[in-house]
Design a protein around this ligand. Structure first.
Ligand SMILES: Nc1ncnc2c1ncn2[C@@H]1O[C@H](COP(=O)(O)OP(=O)(O)OP(=O)(O)O)[C@@H](O)[C@H]1O
Length: 226
């Protein structure tokens, strides 16, 4: 597994400190982040691939400082957004997945084979030539995950990937998560998604207030939110 390190990391937006002096080393395979609205989870998750840079402190992925080696880090860290629409950039499903590989210097046949394999794996092969924006919400989230995984990242960070999905599609995403070889960091309010994870981090007002196996950390969170 990769090592994600936060060293004395804070982040301040105009209206205040949202991540407050966090030091963490994440080496587990599946890591969940929970916390009340506004506790700083998304900001923390976004720092793993440089979408947000710390106001102070450093974030490293396998020793690479995210603030200084953004491009290299983004090759290793794929990011799945809550709303897949914000992530779909190309007209068709196949083109959207292929777009991830545009800078991978692969020959056309290798790239096409990788795209086909990932479409197959996510049950999207029959939809490959459909307009991506006309997929259902669940299919779009699968497409977003496929478009990230085709780049073969070592780490996938997903920010509330099931929030906009119905229960069936949320379960499908959870099932796909269970089969991933990649290291996974998931921000979620759906606690059952994190019950089988290796480690859960609980945030409150920008700080880590509980951290450990899900059976302990999720209980601590439930107690915190009453
Ligand atoms: N780009 C921004 N500019 C200013 N303030 C921001 C920005 N992004 C987030 N914030 C503020 O930072 C705080 C933490 O936001 P963040 O999205 O990290 O919380 P969160 O725990 O993920 O919340 P939620 O569960 O609601 O998604 C919030 O008060 C939010 O309003």
């Amino acid at each position: 597994m990769s090592a994600i390190r936060f060293d004395g990391v804070s982040h301040r937006f105009d209206d205040g400190l949202v991540v407050d002096d966090v030091t963490l080393e994440l080496t587990e395979r599946r890591i969940g982040i929970v916390g009340a609205n506004g506790s700083g989870k998304s900001t923390l998750a976004r720092m793993v691939n440089g979408l947000v840079t710390p106001t102070s402190g450093t974030v490293t992925v396998d020793g690479l400082d995210v603030a200084r080696h953004g491009r290299e880090v983004r090759r290793r860290v794929g990011f799945v957004f809550t709303n897949a629409d914000t992530q779909i950039v190309m007209p068709t499903v196949r083109e959207d997945v292929a777009f991830t590989l545009r800078r991978h210097r692969l020959d056309a046949a290798t790239a096409a084979a990788r795209v086909d394999a990932v479409l197959d794996r996510f049950g999207l092969a029959d939809l490959a030539d459909r307009p991506a924006h006309r997929l259902s919400g669940g299919q779009k989230q699968l497409l977003a995950l496929a478009a990230v995984l085709v780049g073969e990242p070592a780490i996938v960070v997903a920010d509330e990937p099931t929030t906009l999905l119905d229960a069936r599609n949320a379960r499908r995403i959870a099932e796909h998560f269970a089969t991933l070889d990649e290291q996974l960091v998931v921000v979620s309010h759906q606690l059952e998604l994190l019950e089988s994870f290796d480690r859960v981090i609980v945030m409150e007002a920008g700080r880590i207030v509980a951290d450990g196996p899900p059976e302990h950390a999720l209980d601590a969170y439930r107690a915190l939110i009453g």
